[in-house]
Every structure is written in C-alpha cells, then in structure tokens.
Design a protein around this ligand. Structure first.
Ligand SMILES: [Zn+2]
Length: 208
C-alpha cells in the first residue's frame, strides 16, 4: 500500500515528503504522522493497515453518498449502487451459489447500462442503438423468443398486479427493475427471490 510504504520510510530516517502529507491529509490521517514525529510512537503494522483501510472506506463512502445526492444524472445509478457496498448481484450470488454464473453475466449488463452513451451497431441484429443494454434485453429481434418466455415466466412469478405495474414503466426502468430484484414492486420475499432468479436466468441467455 502506498501510504504504508511511504510512512515506513520515516522509520528509516527519510524526511516526510509532500506526497505523504497530501495523501494522509486526504484521508484524515495526519494526526498519526504528527504523533509519530513528536513521540516516535507509531502503531503496529497490523493496526496501521486497519486504520488506513477504515479511513479510506469512510472517505470514499462519504464522497460517493455526497455525489449521489448532488448529481441528478446519477439517479438511476443510485438505484443499483445506493451504498458503498458490493452490488446487490454479488450479494445475491453469495446467498444463492447456484445463481453465480447468471449474476456474473448480469453484472456485465449493468456496466453496459451505465457506460457513456454512444451509438453502436448491435452485433446480433445490426441495428444502431445508443443503449446496447436496453436494446439487447428489450428490443433485439435475435432474442425475441427468449424474451417472450422471460415475460411469460415473470407474469407467473410476479402476479398480475405487479406485472402490470412493471409493464407501465419505460424500457430502461423495466431493465433496472429486472437487475435490482424489483425494488418498486410490492412482492413477498419468496415472490421477489423467485422472480429475480427468473429474471437473471433469462438475462443470462439473452446476453451471453
Ligand atoms: Zn440487436
């Protein structure tokens, strides 16, 4: 770790560089450096690493939360990554190990959904689109059969009322519901898990 490496240099008689001050200041760790310089009392390696890890987590967590509040263009991103924690798909794959391969594929879909907007030709149907993720799942003629079965199965697992609510959303919002376990729909836990498993299984076949 850069901070550990730089600060260890102090114990070898090296002078603290502006880089050390700058990076420790960024993560609120300068008091430790000052304590070391005044009393030569530096935390153990294990304690230091834990302190650095905690400080970086708190700093990045605060920065992300702040950015999600201020930047309105990140509204949809916040629906998927609302916390500085692993994406819900990673957590789901840990809870249900048999779903891991589906979750991995859907993670790729998430990255495409939130990438920069640019026009690209679909490699399967050759139609130009400015959102390849939405096109692949919602519109690509190459996947029309699988898509048909996905919606039929989701109608069964969600129930008519929730399915109707889903159909009233725009395609992009529908896709976000599919990859985030339907947070806007009123479902029991059992219905949500079953429907999410259905969604990511079909998304896997559509996107692989
Ligand atoms: Zn296509």
């Amino acid at each position: 770790m850069n901070i550990t490496f730089q600060v260890r240099g102090l114990s070898k008689g090296l002078s603290p560089s502006p880089f050390v001050y700058r990076i420790l200041g960024k993560y609120g760790l300068t008091t430790i450096l000052l304590r070391y310089l005044s009393g030569a009392s530096f935390p153990s390696s294990k304690c230091w690493k834990k302190t650095v890890k905690t400080a970086i987590y708190e700093h990045e967590h605060f920065e992300l939360k702040n950015r999600l509040i201020i930047d309105m263009s990140l509204g949809q991103f916040a629906a998927v990554h609302s916390e500085y924690v692993p994406c819900y798909l990673w957590q789901f794959s840990r809870l249900y190990r048999d779903q891991t391969k589906y979750c991995y594929t859907v993670i790729n879909l998430v990255s495409k959904l939130f990438s920069h907007t640019y026009v690209i030709a679909c490699t399967k149907c050759e139609i130009n689109t400015d959102s390849i993720a939405v096109h692949n799942v919602m519109f690509c003629t190459y996947s029309s059969n699988i898509r048909h079965y996905m919606w039929c199965n989701l109608h069964k697992s969600l129930g008519s009322a929730a399915y109707d609510s889903l159909c009233h959303m725009c395609p992009r919002d529908q896709l976000i519901e599919l990859i985030t376990a339907f947070p806007s729909l009123n479902l029991t836990d059992k219905e949500r898990v079953h429907s999410f498993k259905t969604a990511i299984r079909f998304l896997y076949y559509i996107c692989r």
